[in-house]
Design a protein around this ligand. Structure first.
Ligand code: SF4
Ligand code: SF4
Length: 422
């Protein structure tokens, strides 16, 4: 494996005057040096974060493809110092993430996060589904609870009146429906429809297009979502990606806790990957998927998964990171179970991790934030005036500062940033 290098910090032209408070805030907080550790100096910045236990990943959503929001979320969370941005395996979405990162780096000298794409090995994974219904089937007097419950504003309906072409009577019908690129499959609209009109449509990302994406120089990592119940499907996907995984710096596997067999499933998957794994690997412990925005209790399953994994001695090589229900309560919950940045000296690992041998390594390398991260910044994004469906948040420095403060309040407790008072 080639010796990894530190992200370079380039000298940039100064940002426009109105963006200087943002540069000052981001650089004063995000660039504050971490507590001294015996870090091997040649590691990538995100790998150092994983080793210390302060890695933060923004999950834009495996199915969330609204390029304008993805760009602005990426911009804000890059300024807030995340290590990785995880997005849909779609060329336009990857470009939007990179555009957001570039825009952030033109404002402040912060580290460049890795870009990760998410794929799935079967149709069981709820991250890879969309809601669908025909609005013409909706009774006109429905109070539209589907619209209200959607956390992504992915359902938009209008009642319109017209004239029946035969009778010439005035008719009223419902128009609109699911905005497919905004629906990320959370499923909250399904049970609230009183007329049972909403269907779930599942899909699997095409491995051929994924391979093409992996060969782009703006994708650093891939995450494979698996149910943990069909290692044959995992094997099939891994084989179809095998000519391209050599291009990435990190391979992540996202799986739920399937009970006592979890570790043996992880070991089976690791043995499938091992021969062609030439980079770092990570296990995303997926607690309660797509629920972090619901409230305090949503994080419990991810914490229970962390406790389960921490107790296991025979788990396969790789970093572990939490996701699924993570929110502003996750760090405190991890602290309560004694796992926040708790470290251990790893056993001797295969060649790919020689740079880490003998160094303390966090039992839980960090946290990925999805729905909650999008919700707190999304509240600001929803205030942006749109021009032709697009808005660049940096054109509105007041909103950018507000969004950055929200993002720092989430990322800061993991990174041990000290956020200055307003
Ligand atoms: S599945 Fe979730 S994101 Fe998609 S339309 Fe329904 S509520 Fe909205
Ligand atoms: S709740 Fe069901 S019937 Fe009512 S508008 Fe939504 S999809 Fe249509």
């Amino acid at each position: 494996m080639a010796i990894p290098t530190l992200a370079c910090s380039c000298s940039l032209p100064p940002p426009p005057p109105l963006l200087r408070p943002i540069k000052t805030l981001a650089e004063s907080v995000v660039r504050s040096p971490p507590p001294p550790t015996p870090a091997p100096s040649a590691l990538h910045r995100p790998v150092e974060s994983l080793r210390r236990g302060d890695w933060v990943k923004l999950i834009c959503g495996a199915g969330f493809e609204d390029a304008a929001d993805v760009r602005n979320l990426s911009l804000v969370y890059t300024l807030a110092g995340v290590d990785c941005i995880d997005c849909a395996a779609e060329a336009s979405v990857v470009s939007a993430v990179n555009e957001g990162i570039d825009a952030a780096l033109s404002i402040a000298s912060v580290g460049r996060p890795w870009v990760m794409i998410s794929v799935n090995d079967d149709r069981e994974d709820v991250h890879f589904r969309k809601a669908e219904f025909n609005p013409e089937d909706c009774p006109v007097d429905c109070s539209r609870p589907c619209e209200r419950v959607c956390p992504a504003n992915a359902i938009s309906l209008q009642r319109v009146s017209g004239e029946d072409e035969y009778t010439r009577n005035t008719t009223i019908k419902v128009q609109g429906g699911v905005i497919t690129e905004r629906c990320y499959g959370c499923g909250r609209c399904f049970p609230v429809c009183p007329y049972d009109k909403i269907r779930s449509v599942t899909y699997v990302r095409d491995p051929t297009s994924t391979c093409e994406l992996l060969k782009r120089d703006d994708v650093d990592a891939i995450e494979i979502h698996t149910s943990g119940r069909r290692t044959d499907l995992f094997n099939e996907l891994w084989n179809s990606l095998s000519n391209s995984v050599g291009h990435v710096k990190l391979v992540a596997v996202s799986l739920p806790d399937v009970g006592e067999s979890t570790v043996s499933v992880m070991n089976t998957m690791y043995s499938i990957m091992k021969a062609r794994l030439q980079c770092y690997n990570l296990w995303q412990l997926d607690g309660r998927p797509m629920s972090g925005d619901i409230g305090r209790g949503a994080t419990r399953e991810a914490i229970a998964f962390a406790v389960h994994m921490a107790a296991k001695r025979d788990k396969p090589h790789g970093f572990c990171q939490l996701a699924g229900g993570t929110n502003s309560h996750t760090v405190d919950s991890l602290k309560r179970v004694g796992l926040f940045q708790a470290t251990t000296i790893p056993e001797t690992f295969p060649d790919i991790a020689t740079s880490l041998i003998g160094c303390p390594q966090a039992v839980i390398g960090g946290i990925a934030y999805g729905g909650y991260a999008r919700k707190i910044v999304g509240r600001v994004l929803s205030k942006l005036p749109m021009h032709d469906g697009h808005a660049h948040i940096e054109d509105y420095p007041g909103f950018l500062l507000e969004a950055l403060r929200e993002a720092l309040a989430l990322v800061g407790p993991v990174k041990s940033f000290n956020l200055p008072p307003l």
